[in-house]
Design a protein around this ligand. Sequence first.
Ligand code: HGY
Ligand code: MN
Ligand code: MN
Length: 402
Amino acid sequence: MSFTSMWDALAPVGRQADGGYGRFAWSDADLTLREWFAGEAAARGLDLVDDGNGNLLAWRGDTTRDDALLVGSHLDSVPGGGAFDGPLGVVSSFAAIDDLDARGVELDRPLVVGAFADEEGARFGIACAGSRLMTGSLDAGQALGLRDRDGLTLAEVLRARGRRPEDVGPRPDLLGRIGTFVELHVEQGRALDLDDGAAVGVGSAIWPHGRYRFTFTGRADHAGTTPMDERQDPMLTYAMTVLAANKQARLLGARATFGRVEVDPNGTNAIPSQVRAWMDARAADEGVLEDLVARVTSQAADRAGRDGTAVETTAESVSAEVAFDAALAAELSTLLDDAPVLPTGAGHDAGVLARHGVPTAMLFVRNPTGVSHSPHEHADETDCLAGVDALSRTIEHLAGAR
Ligand code: HGY
Ligand code: MN
Ligand code: MN
């Protein structure tokens, strides 16, 4: 199967009417993607391992060695996400194997294609849940108790899919066999497009970022009979908090987004009793991120005091700053014709493995609009094929027989 035929086979899976994707962990679409992955692995004679957390590892070579080269990414999406975020890295990995085989390249290290589970955390709220469970940086008990928007726990969802929650947890035995991880991913920004001519870039770092749940509690009342100065309206406190987050992020050169909100009772003619909202906050360094979150949290509390409401803030998912292996990044930049080396504000499984001590690199494929987490996310086919070529050359460089 060529890159294009694999890409076309995946395109309809989990696609919604607006062209965006709803490929959430353990959904029907996710199961179809897993079957697709297993088929592509089998077609290349790769030994498929499911690590119990849902991470899929397709192995070529001696599975007992400790220096395997892992490539791949994730297959799940955010709500209404694009086609490329995640799947581009997985499809490109299989296509790179085809390219190596076509060129008759022999490898002297095991090669593994990985698809990490639930990278977006769209259903249960924690980013990179699969890779964090595998490395032990997410506690299995905590994860199994997480609830989706229907109130189902991860444990219940796994059982319903015929899986064993008791299999969820760290897998040092598998991680100990990985010597290097290279994740290819569509760029989620425009640096390459502005770099006139670079179809592929190399990752240097991932910004620290986090997801913070704000719970605003007020007093439900009638929209028509309650005077404005007698209200305890959590929607007002929420709205002022969104404005504060936007202002503080701009002042700090950071990023803050409220993209998800739930309102009880969510009635047109009722002052809400409670509003729950999630802030995604990111910054170039930890200190600025902490300052941003502290400022927004404090201003939300001040506003609540004035509105007669209450606010509670909970950090749901925090990802520390990641600096990729600088020597590896420089080596790959040189190998790939002096490819630009650039940071990203997006989180990745590569960040989780890097923090776990696995020498890790990222390859970014040009995204001409920079748009991501949107149906309009796009990368030109020529750039996608350039990414496959870059990954194939990277694998040959790192694992090719001497
Ligand atoms: O949210 C992120 O940065 C990534 O897409 N999971
Ligand atoms: Mn994403
Ligand atoms: Mn991604």
